[in-house]
Structure formats: C-alpha cells, structure tokens
Design a protein around this ligand. Sequence first.
Ligand SMILES: Cc1cc2nc3c(=O)[nH]c(=O)nc-3n(C[C@H](O)[C@H](O)[C@H](O)COP(=O)(O)OP(=O)(O)OC[C@H]3O[C@@H](n4cnc5c(N)ncnc54)[C@H](O)[C@@H]3O)c2cc1C
Ligand code: SF4
Length: 475
Amino acid sequence: MGDPKGFLKIGRKPTPKRTIEERVQDYRYVYEPMPDDELKGQASRCMDCGVPFCNTGCPLGNLIPDWNDLVYKDHWKTAIDRLHKTNNFPEFTGMLCPAPCESACVLAINDDPVTIKEIELSIINHAFEEGWVVAHPPPPEKRTGKKVAVVGSGPAGLAAAQQLNWAGHTVVVFEKDDKIGGLLRYGIPDYKIEKWVVDRRIAMMEEEGVEFRTNAHVGENPTTEELKSEFDATILAIGALQGRDIDVPGRELGGIHLAMDYLTQQNRRVAGLPVNADPEISAKGKNVVILGGGDTSADCLGNSHREGCASVKVLTHGPKPPENPDHLTWPDWPLILHTYPVHEEGGERGWSVAVKGFSGSNGHVERMHAVRTERENGKTIPIEGTDFEIETDLVLLAIGFTGPVRDRLQEEMNLGYTDRGAIHSENGYATREPGVFVAGDAKRGASLIVWAIAEGRKAARQADEYLMGHSQLLG
Ligand SMILES: Cc1cc2nc3c(=O)[nH]c(=O)nc-3n(C[C@H](O)[C@H](O)[C@H](O)COP(=O)(O)OP(=O)(O)OC[C@H]3O[C@@H](n4cnc5c(N)ncnc54)[C@H](O)[C@@H]3O)c2cc1C
Ligand code: SF4
C-alpha cells in the first residue's frame, strides 16, 4: 500500500467529462483523462484492506489492490502486466464497465469507493502510449494442429479467440455482420467507445494469427455441417440480440421500432457506412419516446440528443428507484437510480407508466396511449382512471432481450434453452454437444462486457482442456 492514510486525506474525484454543450455536438468519447498526479492520489485511497472484496466484485477477478499500489508508485509497466493477466481488453471495460468492483470496495461501506475503473483505463492508456501493448503470436512450435471456430465477434468471442490462439490452436472467428466487434461495433455508441479502440485490438489479434471472417452467418454460410466437419471445437458467442417486443394495439404503425434497429443504423451512420436498412430510423426533429430504462435506453437517449430530436421522454414501467440505498447494500450492486452522462444532457425521465397502445394516421404513429402504474404485492398494475396520451412520432422499444436470435444455427444445433432464453450449458461452459461451448450473453442472457470477457476466457480454457486433456490458460 502506497499511502496508509491516503483514504483519510483524499476524497473521491469523479472522472472529468467534456461540457454538455460541447459533447452533444459530436460522437466523441464523453470523458476526459484525469491528470496523472490526481490519479495517483485516487489510487492512494486504496486501503489495502486485507480482504479485497473489489477483487471478487469484478467478474474477471482483476487484481485491483495490486495495480492501485503500482499506479501510486508510478510503476505503470508492471501495472499493465498485472492487469493483462486477468483482462484481455482493459480499454473496453475501462470505458464501459459499470464497475461492480466499486460497489464491493471496502471503502464504500462508509465513504466513496476508489475510482477503480478510471485507474484501469489510465493503466491501459499509458501502456498503449508507451508502446507496451504489442501482438504476441504463439511461436510456430506451439501450434497444436487443432482448429477452433468462434461464432460471434463480441467481447466474449474476442476474448475466447485470443486465449485459444495463445494456447496454439488455429482460430477462426465468424461474424454475420460486415464488421467485427458485436455490440461494441453496432450497439454501443461512439461517445461511449470510439470504434478505433475496437479496431486497434482486432488488428493486434490478426497480427497474432487469429483469422476473422465477416459476412459469415454460421448456419447459412458456412452451414452447421461445414462448421462441424472443419473444426475440432466451437465456441458459441452469438450474444442475446433478440429484442423484446410489445403486443398492443397500434404496434404495427410506422415509427415504432426495436431500439437495436435504431442503434445499429446510427452507429453505421456515425462510421460513414451505408445504413442498408428500410425504413431508415432517425430521431432528428422528432418527438421521441424511449420505453425502458437500461443501457440500451440510455444509448437511444444519447443518440437522440446528438441527432437533434425535438423532444425526448424515457419512460419505465416500474416505480422510480431510490436515489440512495436505504440500507447497506455493500458488497452487492445497489438497486438505485443510475444516472449516466446522457441523462444530464436533457430529456425527461418518467416512471410507473404502462403502454396501452398507439394511434396515428397514414400508417404512422402520432400518439402513445398510456396509464400510470403502481406496485401491489410485488406486481406492477395499472391505476384505473389515470389514462393519458403522449404525442410522439418515434417510439423506441428498449425493454430488454429475450436471448440469442433463434436462427438456423440454433435450430440445427438444438442445444436447449434456459429460463432466460439463453443457450443451455452444463458443467461450466460445455453444451450437450461434445466440443461445443457457449459464452457471454448467449450463455447468461443479456449482461455486461466484463462478464462476456470473463466467460470467453473460461470457455476458452474448457475448450483447450477438451482438445488437449489439460490447459495452462488462465480462466
Ligand atoms: C445498446 C447496448 C448498450 C450496452 N452498453 C453496455 C455498457 O455500457 N457496458 C457494459 O458492460 N455492457 C453494455 N451492454 C451489454 C454488452 O454489450 C453485452 O453484454 C456484450 O456485448 C455481450 O458480448 P457477447 O460477445 O456475448 O455478444 P455480442 O456483443 O452481442 O456479440 C455477438 C455477435 O455474434 C454475432 N452472431 C450471432 N449469431 C451469429 C451467427 N449465427 N453467425 C455469425 N455471427 C453471429 C452477432 O452478429 C454479434 O456480432 C450494452 C448492450 C446493449 C444492447
Ligand atoms: S472490469 Fe469492471 S468490475 Fe472489473 S475492475 Fe474493471 S471496472 Fe471493476
């Protein structure tokens, strides 16, 4: 521990952000780097508490107290070596993770937690700036002669592919989209992660020997049979991209869309790529209603601001969560109102609203019909006589995901599903088909980047054991 009294002398400092006026004009990253001296002060707040709950709060088991100490002492190179031991892509988590580690920080019991996520991002940023992050192709004599297919190129697939390649297997990543990255590419907006950050890792993995095949919808091209005959093992990292829909009168009207359809189009526009979709969805000049309150909803909100919508409302079915927990929730993730930078940028948030239907003219939505709700015996029910209407010409449904898309690959693999619609697995990451493993959202249901990377690593280790009888990969 660098400074035994750091946590008594220094308070938590939030990560600096660009001004609202500036950032809503573009799609660049919202946050700004914290100067090194301030960051070292933040790292010194780590108490070296003895039982680091942060370490287990992090799904990757990141060695957080170690790197807090190393940053405080200016040992950045050792810090990145320690960080890369548990996390393939600290820049993804450093930018995107909601940091369950911080909820589990012992300092959070009666003070603000250490700024763990900010420190993680600074370590990897320093490492890239210094040229310490370089491709590590396995030496030719380590090549095993085994071939592994990774289906899906989101964070779970990328982590699994990198690990299996390092273990010496020949790895091919199949992606049905035209670009690699999964939700990092065509879901999460650039103002949360600029796409050159994703491209930089992909280029490094290619240099290491991983082969990427885009526009390759497994089940169609290649077929499931071709996949089975060409590869010794398969990792399914196909995400949980089937958006939940609603069945109410007027749902068929134009202008009502699943959120992911909008977000994909928007990311393509920002990247300067053809949208390739009919109808094109834009929030520009529209009165937007976003249904749902999670990450997807927040990303629709941020894009709507940046596109120049006329107005935007974010409405949720359930009651408003408390702004502060009324009891100690440590070390668990607190179920409180989470406010992201996009919520500071404008728009209205509303809770306890249920949709009854939509109406409009000429086949296009003009109104949402809604009713207030209340909680009774743990259920959300409508309150009679509280019906109201909202004028809208664009409705985005960000109300969750029901699991992996049930395509031909799913049908032919026939692996079974969990209650959350995810692919059934047994004994860790194995499926009932020998040699086929599953990781990330496809296994857990819609979740987080940090879980996707953690599961990609664990599935890779299990696949390596299956292929070789043992594994030296860290899970
Ligand atoms: C809008 C949005 C914002 C989010 N923001 C955050 C955030 O800020 N922080 C955070 O931690 N998490 C966030 N999440 C969650 C996070 O993005 C996911 O948990 C994570 O991306 C899951 O990774 P994955 O690799 O399992 O799947 P995905 O990233 O979904 O990737 C799966 C890939 O598989 C491909 N695929 C599917 N079927 C096939 C097939 N048959 N053949 C070939 N390819 C196929 C898909 O095209 C896709 O590219 C967000 C999610 C959404 C929807
Ligand atoms: S990956 Fe997420 S949970 Fe783990 S240390 Fe980083 S911010 Fe915390």
